[in-house]
Ligand binder design. Structure first.
Ligand code: URA
Ligand code: SF4
Length: 198
């Protein structure tokens, strides 16, 4: 079993928080084990809980479109969530659940080692941009170690608030430049490249 399959199998049987009692299926995430680009959403919804796959409902279809706008296919990127099991009635995940689930995301990131991590919505944003607000930090990149983190609104928010569509679409179009910057960083390991802040 590959290291990532091992983590994801553990998640499927995980009893570590209250959400395990409500789930149909846990949703570990999907994509290539060596993906350079990784997206982190909030939590599975109804469709994801039924299928065991991330972002397959309406927000997922919009995310697929956004990924397409930068010339990627969904199966070329890794997609996961802050918590891997659906909160009942799609309520917000609670701090204890986020904390209990955190080590899985950390282990996934250690194995996949993406160059660029995109946070979708405020729950994943607050892990890497602590104390920031999404309205301020969306469309901005930040380097932590060898990885660049890039914050975006959640695609579901953009579906519900039409005026956010333009914003989220403008933000995703900044990603190719962030990916180029991340590539340079890798080439120039000894001489850290300047990271542009948008
Ligand atoms: N919303 C999320 O945050 N994650 C999913 O997987 C689906 C919808
Ligand atoms: Fe385990 Fe995370 Fe599911 Fe809670 S949400 S049961 S910690 S996999």
């Amino acid at each position: 079993m590959s290291p990532l399959t091992e983590i994801n199998t553990e998640i499927e049987h995980c009893p570590k928080c209250e959400l395990s009692k409500h789930r149909t299926k846990a949703v570990p995430g999907e994509g290539p084990e060596n993906a350079g680009l990784l997206f982190i959403g909030e939590a599975p919804g109804w469709h994801e809980d039924k299928s065991g796959r991330p972002f397959v409902g309406p927000a997922g279809q919009y995310l697929d479109q956004l990924i397409g706008m930068i010339g990627y296919k969904r199966n070329q990127v890794y997609i996961t969530n802050v918590v891997k099991c659906r909160p009942p009635e799609n309520r917000d995940p609670m701090p204890g659940e986020i904390q209990a689930c955190g080590p899985y995301l950390e282990r996934q990131l250690e194995v996949i080692k993406p160059r660029v991590v995109v946070t979708l919505g405020r729950y994943s944003m607050s892990k890497y941009f602590p104390g920031e607000s999404i309205s301020k930090v969306h469309g901005r990149a930040k380097r932590i170690g060898g990885t660049i983190y890039f914050a975006m609104y959640h695609p579901a928010a953009a579906l519900h608030q039409g005026n956010l569509r333009k914003v989220i679409e403008a933000d995703i179009l900044k990603l190719p430049a962030v990916l180029v910057e991340a590539g340079k960083m890798e080439e120039e390991k000894d001489r850290p490249a300047q990271l542009k802040f948008f």
